[in-house]
Design a protein around this ligand. Structure first.
Ligand code: SF4
Length: 330
């Protein structure tokens, strides 16, 4: 695998961001490219993107985009899914090292061994994977869910089958509650959402009386129990729009999510949880995803300029393609 220095040989920390944006615009036209940005990347990248959204929306946008090149400002499994669903398109990821702790918590060989063990013990199950998994893991699964379509997909699993849910134990536990289906849970978690503690949340609530707590279902149960609204990023957007009166919202998800919420419903005040209180009474965000943060304007520009890093088709993508298509597109 090439090093970041080899991929981005000309990174200059003093470059004018406006000049970089102009260059991106020109390169996009030159290379027939479209930029997709996840809600968890920096706001300046979201602002220059053609499409922003959660994993589900962006996977669909990648398929429907007319352009022949997709630049996916997100993490590796997202670009991989875009390539799998649009094999004829060139898919570029600004930084190949942008991984995901949740995807890493479920290696394909460990999952295959666990599935074999469960079968040998007489379990008759289907495997449902959160989209935050590698393509190798997806190829071992029956269904792929996102936080936006999980309930609907779980309803498709026949009632006489058990469900093995991977890799996020917190999302799995939440889905067990809302769907009433019992699940065998893989013990994975996202490092960003797991960082929230009930102490952080209660302190933020104390500091902001009458606030509304919004939490992503990847958060631990103790945080969800003290939340007023639970939903993925698209649902959070719908929720803030539905509140006409200005409110203070405590947001328990990746801190960059505040950028699209602020743009969409600027009447509210958004505060990231945990809100670590400094001596001046202000709060700071300590919940940024280090993998999403690998995306920068310069790397978006460079991947367009040099045509790499590019997602390359792998033999096991074929099986993952069938699972992704029936789960996300049908
Ligand atoms: S926020 Fe968590 S689940 Fe999302 S990419 Fe980062 S580590 Fe993965």
């Amino acid at each position: 695998m090439p090093t970041t220095a080899e991929i981005h040989p000309l990174v200059d920390p003093w470059e004018d961001p406006l000049a970089v944006m102009d260059e991106i615009d020109r390169l996009k036209r030159e290379h027939d490219a479209v930029i997709l940005a996840h809600f968890y990347v920096d706001g300046e990248i979201q602002d220059i993107a053609d499409y922003t959204g959660d994993s589900l929306k962006l996977a669909r946008d990648a398929v429907s985009a007319k352009q022949s090149t997709i630049v996916f400002a997100g993490v590796h499994f997202m670009a991989e899914s875009a390539k799998i669903l649009s094999p004829q398109k060139r898919v570029l990821l600004p930084d190949l090292l942008a991984g995901c702790s949740l995807a890493d918590s479920c290696p394909a060989d460990s999952l295959a061994a666990y599935q074999a063990d469960l079968r040998s013990k007489g379990h008759d199950f289907q495997t449902v994977a959160y989209i935050n998994t590698t393509a190798a893991v997806k190829s071992l699964c029956d269904w792929i869910v996102t936080s936006g379509n999980a309930r609907e997909i779980i309803d498709r699993v026949p009632q006489d089958k058990e469900i093995l849910f991977v890799p996020d134990q917190h999302l799995g536990r939440y889905l067990m509650e809302v769907t009433g289906r019992k699940m065998i849970l893989w013990p994975g978690a996202c490092q960003v959402h797991e960082i929230f503690s009930i102490q952080d949340l209660l302190r933020a609530k104390r500091n902001n009386p009458n606030s509304i707590v919004m939490a992503h279902p990847e958060c631990p149960r103790t945080v969800l129990e003290h939340s007023d609204f639970i939903g993925g990023t698209e649902k959070m957007r719908q929720f803030v729009v539905s509140l006409a009166e200005p409110r203070v919202l405590l947001v328990a998800t990746e801190a960059n999510m505040i950028h699209p919420l602020q743009k969409l419903a600027p009447q509210h005040t958004y505060i990231p949880v945990p809100g670590i209180t400094a001596s001046d009474g202000k709060t700071c965000a300590c919940n940024k995803c280090p993998h999403m943060a690998r995306n920068t304007l310069e790397k978006v520009r460079d991947c367009l300029k040099y045509g790499r890093p590019e997602m390359v088709w792998q033999p096991y993508f074929e099986k993952a393609k069938g699972v992704l298509e029936r789960s996300l597109l049908k």
